[in-house]
Write a protein that binds this ligand. Structure first.
Ligand code: NDP
Ligand code: ZN
Length: 356
């Protein structure tokens, strides 16, 4: 292994490019891996173009990918060089107090389980570092493509987390606000959990078609008037039991609360890239007494989650292939793939770059 590697980085807010850095060191619990494929996330766009986590200089981008293990630390028990692995976007330190308290994603501080292209260099480079390899990596199941493995990095675990946060129950009517790559997995997750009706908010035709395949029953366009008015009309004034949010802005919570029945729950995984405050409508929130709960969070990450969610794909219960709309081959397409995610053409769900 040479000492230096190339990585595709955020040079500063609004600027990206290739840089050279030293290959990261491998601590006793860690692994050094090389990507087999990487995927671009809307979060990369919030980070680079909206400066959502502040200015970063020469930080290698990316948190979604799958990889081959190149090196492991002396205390790593379950992985070895040559293993092909799923890598979750969120890689907590599993012995932290926050993880012991059930909030692995905040191990070491708020959002600190999200290390790639946040607290350290990301995965868009020839090699990258994975902390707590035994706690975070999982083997790619036999027969799974690297594209599918990429979708398992963040889209499945995050989209499903909205469903977990909203606590979807059998027979629920669920409103899914946002049906991009993340929200589509919320639709699929709500369907697996037994929702009877899934009302989707989103307009890109390719997403609408995919949502139908994942179990969506009704559609609303946020461009055709208020979401809540359309929901109330569709539900004869009753509203919905649960809302999953994977799109929209700081204002979207207002629509969610107005669409929700008393006792309902909102599960949001949206990354709010801009705006100072989230506003909650007082009256529709039951003047503070409506038992309308709002849960929002970063997905938990980790190996067990990767193993369980990948088993859904391996067993055929969840088909993630419709998400992989734009597949490139070779690092040289990384910037093109990133710009696609920024521009969101009508036929795009997810851009993936396979490193052949
Ligand atoms: P997309 O941009 O592909 O999808 C966003 C969806 O929201 C689309 O369906 C879009 O509709 C819809 N939408 C856009 N504007 C509005 C609006 N004003 N009101 C209602 N719906 C709207 O994004 P992704 O699916 O890739 O990501 C979704 C969010 O999840 C992002 O904010 C991302 O950063 C976040 N995320 C969070 C993670 C976590 O762990 N918490 C991890 C990964 C991502 P249209 O069809 O018209 O485009
Ligand atoms: Zn992501």
């Amino acid at each position: 292994m040479s000492e230096m590697m190339k990585g595709f980085a955020m040079l500063k807010i609004g600027e990206v490019g290739w840089i050279e850095k030293e290959i990261p060191e491998c601590g006793p619990l860690d692994a050094i891996v090389r990507p087999l494929a990487i995927a671009i996330c809307t979060s990369d766009i919030h980070t680079v173009y909206e400066g959502a986590i502040g200015d970063r200089h020469n930080m290698i981008l990316g948190h979604e990918g799958c990889a081959e293990v190149v090196k492991v630390g002396s205390l790593v028990k379950d992985f070895k060089p040559g293993d092909r692995v799923l890598v979750p976007a969120i890689t907590p330190d599993w012995n932290s107090l926050e993880a012991q308290a059930g909030y692995s994603m905040h191990s070491g501080g708020m959002l600190a389980g999200w290390k790639f292209s946040n607290f350290k260099d990301g995965v868009f480079s020839e090699y990258f570092h994975v902390n707590d390899a035994d706690g975070n990596l999982a083997l790619i199941p036999d027969g799974m493509s690297v594209e599918e493995a990429c979708i398992l990095s963040d889209m499945v675990p995050t989209g499903f987390h909205a469903v977990e946060l909203a606590d979807v129950q059998f027979g629920d009517t669920v409103l899914c606000i946002g049906i991009g790559a993340v929200g589509l997995m919320s639709v699929a997750g709500a369907n697996l959990r037994g929702a009877s009706r899934i009302i989707c908010v989103g307009t890109r035709p390719v997403c609408v078609e995919a949502a139908k395949g994942y179990g969506a029953t009704d559609f609303i366009s946020y461009k055709d008037g208020s979401i809540e008015e359309q929901v109330m009309e569709m539900t004869k004034g009753k509203g919905v039991d649960r809302v999953c949010i994977a799109g929209g802005t700081v204002q979207t919570f207002e629509s969610a609360i107005k669409s929700l029945k008393p006792g309902g729950k909102v599960g949001s995984v949206n990354y709010l890239g801009a705006g100072e405050y989230v506003t909650i409508p007082r009256v529709e929130w039951g003047c503070g007494m409506g038992h309308k709960q709002i849960m929002s969070g970063l997905m938990p990450g980790g190996r067990l989650r990767m193993e369980k969610l990948s088993s859904l794909v391996a067993s055929g219960r969840l088909d993630v292939r419709p998400e992989c709309t734009h597949v490139f081959h070779g690092w040289e397409h990384t910037e093109e793939a990133l710009l696609l995610m920024k521009d969101k053409p009508k036929d795009l769900i997810k851009p993936i770059v396979v490193i052949d």
